[in-house]
Design a protein around this ligand. Structure first.
Ligand SMILES: [Zn+2]
Ligand SMILES: [Zn+2]
Length: 368
């Protein structure tokens, strides 16, 4: 047992409370990580609010970055002293994992949202023995120390600052991977990114890396659109005017965009984007909506376009391969996601959640 300081989601919708907890002993497939930083992601907020059913109270956090202190006896991919970024956990044994599609692990829910180890135990308890859900995305990184499963551990170049790298584990990987791993736009193609929060900004930067020559950022906040231009958007559209489809058609000379990536998961936004797709265009959804949400698509006139709709999880990444590549792109100045980050102390974590919800900050990061 080790005493740690963690931010605990105690009740649905309520602010997190920063308190001391007991962390149990390491299991064979885990590493003890001393957390240096942890990004705040939209998924933390929706779990806190009960939209996904991880049992509360829980230690959330799924964009950790830190130093490996000790490793369990079966861990082979990291050693004490390694610098690691933490990503989503996967089982490594199901059909999808065996095929290298870890983002679509058949056991994703148990691995990432179950609130416990797969044997049912939790790593955290209060001093009086109350069970606190752990292993959120295999890591529960809103804690000074955590017992992290091996599949969540990504060893990175020790020369880069960990407090900057934290968001690579979820938001940056999701946005960049959706473009570079899944959509794979050819150089010279066009893409629209709807909603330029952290995931959308990562997609804009990745579209520039991929050589897209028309990159349209769509959002309601002019400040975000300005930043999107700095990061690679060739055009911006403020959706408040209600003319998104017309503007996309005009920007592409009436052709429509080859790719549209939606991070908003708003049914009307998705339905609208179909009207702005080119022939053989692809619309991809990466945003999370509440279970049961439906969207309506025009399927009459659009039939002849031969278009595709797909959903993408975690940028279809193998984190251990993709995140080190993003680190290299960052080092070369081609993926400058540090421009999205504002840091907070653990005691101020609720301010980070509030600034993310209001749109004031794109990527809040807690620094321990
Ligand atoms: Zn699996
Ligand atoms: Zn996330």
């Amino acid at each position: 047992m080790t005493t740690v300081t963690a931010a605990v989601a105690r009740e649905l919708g309520a602010p997190l409370s920063v308190q001391q907890l007991e962390l149990d002993d390491l299991r064979a497939n885990e590493a003890r990580v001393r957390m240096v930083a942890g990004g705040i992601c939209h998924t933390d907020a929706i779990v806190r609010d009960g939209i996904y059913p991880t049992p509360l109270p829980a230690v959330l956090g799924h964009e950790g970055a830190g130093l490996v202190e000790t490793v369990g006896e079966s861990v082979t991919s990291v050693r004490p002293g390694d610098h690691v970024v933490l990503s989503a956990a996967y089982c490594a044994a199901c059909n999808e994992c065996q095929a290298g599609r870890m983002a679509y692990c058949e056991n994703l829910f148990a691995q990432d949202f179950g609130g416990s180890r797969t044997d049912g135990t939790t790593a955290f308890t209060t001093a009086d023995g109350t069970r606190i859900s752990s292993h959120f995305f295999g890591q529960s990184s809103f804690s000074t120390y955590s017992n992290v499963v091996e599949s969540s551990l990504v060893r990175i170049d020790p020369s880069v600052p960990l407090e900057v790298m934290a968001p690579l584990g979820c938001g940056m990987q999701t946005g960049a991977g959706s473009v570079l791993n899944e959509l794979r736009p050819p150089a010279g193609s066009s893409i629209a990114v709807s909603g330029v929060g952290a995931v959308g900004m990562a997609a804009v930067m990745a579209a520039r890396v991929a050589g897209c020559t028309t990159i349209v950022a769509i959002d309601l906040h002019d400040s975000r659109l300005e930043l999107a231009k700095e990061l690679g958007a060739t055009h911006v559209v403020n959706a408040a005017a209600g003319t998104v489809v017309d503007e996309l058609m005009s920007i592409t000379g009436g052709q429509g965009v080859n790719y549209a990536l939606d991070t908003t998961a708003i049914p009307g936004v998705l339905a609208g984007l179909i009207g702005a797709l080119s022939i053989r265009g692809t619309l991809a959804l990466v945003g999370a909506a509440a279970p049961g949400t439906t969207a309506e698509f025009e399927i009459g006139a659009s039939l002849v376009k031969g278009w595709t709709f797909k959903t993408i999880i975690q940028g279809s990444s193998v984190p251990q391969q993709f995140i080190p590549r993003l680190v290299e792109l960052w080092k070369q100045g081609r993926f400058p996601f540090d421009k999205l980050v504002r840091t907070y102390k653990l005691d101020d974590i609720n301010a980070g959640f509030a600034d993310s919800a209001s749109g004031a900050v794109i990527k809040p990061v807690v620094v321990f």
